[in-house]
Ligand binder design. Structure first.
Ligand code: AMP
Ligand code: MG
Length: 342
């Protein structure tokens, strides 16, 4: 079992960490790197041996494709082949949202290995808005990076969470502190559409439907004609704690069983509106301790889920958040955490 080294990347003194990560990646290693969404487990997007390690380390099925991260816009052409009918809208989207948490699913460049795309004709690509990740992508080139957790589990938003997930499985973690957004990127499949460009929303995230609507029509991922495209990555059960996890729409209808330890994942600190006073909880984590801010709740979501998972309770009860803006992404993650595993 390799020893996992953690290298600090303090603000304004990131060089050492960037050089170490770039060297490891060039040597065909996988490295956990901070991004603004969650920590990624990165490999050179053109190195099939390194890519295979990503799937092995994560125990991830190879039918689940990876997102390619780029550090400069011109690298988009080495990853994707952009047809004329969407060229304009891709330019608009990348100008508005990159670097940032928006992933575009586009026709692939044939040079991209099948392991990255699960053999699909499309590739998912984004430019991350994190100085460390961006600098490493600039030095090494496009990096394929899924979240740095074991498959199906909670995404890591700190270096210590990556250690919990992958210690002894990877050689290097770059510690860039907590992630600014806290949930994974928004993913859209970009099409020309009949009148306006059309974006099929494959995963809700920090870039909201409302923001995207300025550039085209946003449709739900359900209406898919191409079966191949719909198949990977849309797994209903995901982001799961090991502890039983339930999303309770109305606590008044919830039946607490005797002798069972319950933990609460609350939205607001305000007991009147939420579930804090509804039971003698064995553990409580509050996503937004003030009046409730969705952006703060997103940042704390996976951290709080991990805390409750480690607290020794038997059941985690999650309170819903308002389903607007980034709240759509939070509710998506809560529903998937609560979904039955196969
Ligand atoms: P992760 O890397 O764990 O954030 O997850 C990447 C997700 O991106 C996958 O699970 C898919 O849902 C999605 N994805 C990546 N590539 C494609 C693609 N070519 N078509 C559709 N979805 C994709
Ligand atoms: Mg993931």
């Amino acid at each position: 079992m390799p020893i996992t080294q953690v290298i600090d990347a303090p603000l304004d003194e990131e060089r050492e960490a960037i050089t170490a990560a770039a060297e490891a990646l060039r040597n065909g290693e996988v490295v956990a790197i901070p991004t603004e969404t969650v920590y990624g487990l990165a490999a050179d997007a053109f190195d099939e041996v390194a890519l295979a390690k990503v799937f092995e380390v994560k125990e991830r099925p190879t039918l689940d494709p990876l997102i390619v991260h780029i550090g400069i816009k011109k690298d988009l052409n080495s990853v994707a082949t952009i047809p004329d009918d969407i060229r304009e809208v891709v330019k608009e989207l990348t100008t508005e949202f990159w670097p940032g948490p928006l992933t575009l699913v586009l026709p692939r460049n044939p040079a991209i290995p099948d392991l990255v795309t699960s053999g699909l004709d499309t590739v998912a690509v984004r430019m991350p808005n994190h100085s460390v990740m961006k600098a490493i992508c600039k030095e090494v080139g496009p990096l394929a990076a899924p979240s740095a957790n074991r498959f199906g589990r909670i995404s890591p938003t700190s270096a210590s969470a990556v250690l919990d997930e992958l210690e002894g499985r990877i050689p290097l973690i770059i510690d860039g502190g907590a992630c600014h957004n806290g949930v994974e990127s928004t993913i859209i499949h970009v099409e020309a559409g009949e009148k306006r460009p059309q974006f099929r929303l494959l995963r809700a995230g920090p870039v909201t439907k409302e923001e995207l609507q300025k550039f085209g029509k946003v449709i739900k991922s359900g209406r898919v004609t191409d079966e191949k495209l719909a198949a990977p990555g849309q797994l209903p059960s995901h982001y799961s704690p090991e502890t039983k996890f339930v999303l309770v729409e109305d606590i008044k209808n919830f039946v607490f069983e005797d002798g069972v330890k319950y933990g609460l994942l609350a939205y607001k600190g305000n007991a009147k509106e939420g579930y804090v006073d509804a039971h003698e909880w064995d553990a409580v984590e509050i996503l937004s301790p003030g009046k409730g801010k969705l952006t703060e709740a997103a940042v704390r979501l996976f951290y709080s889920m991990r805390q409750l998972d480690a607290s020794g309770v038997d059941v985690i009860v999650a309170e819903p958040v308002s389903e607007t803006g980034i709240g759509v992404a939070i509710m998506d993650r809560l529903r998937r955490a609560a979904a039955e595993k196969d």
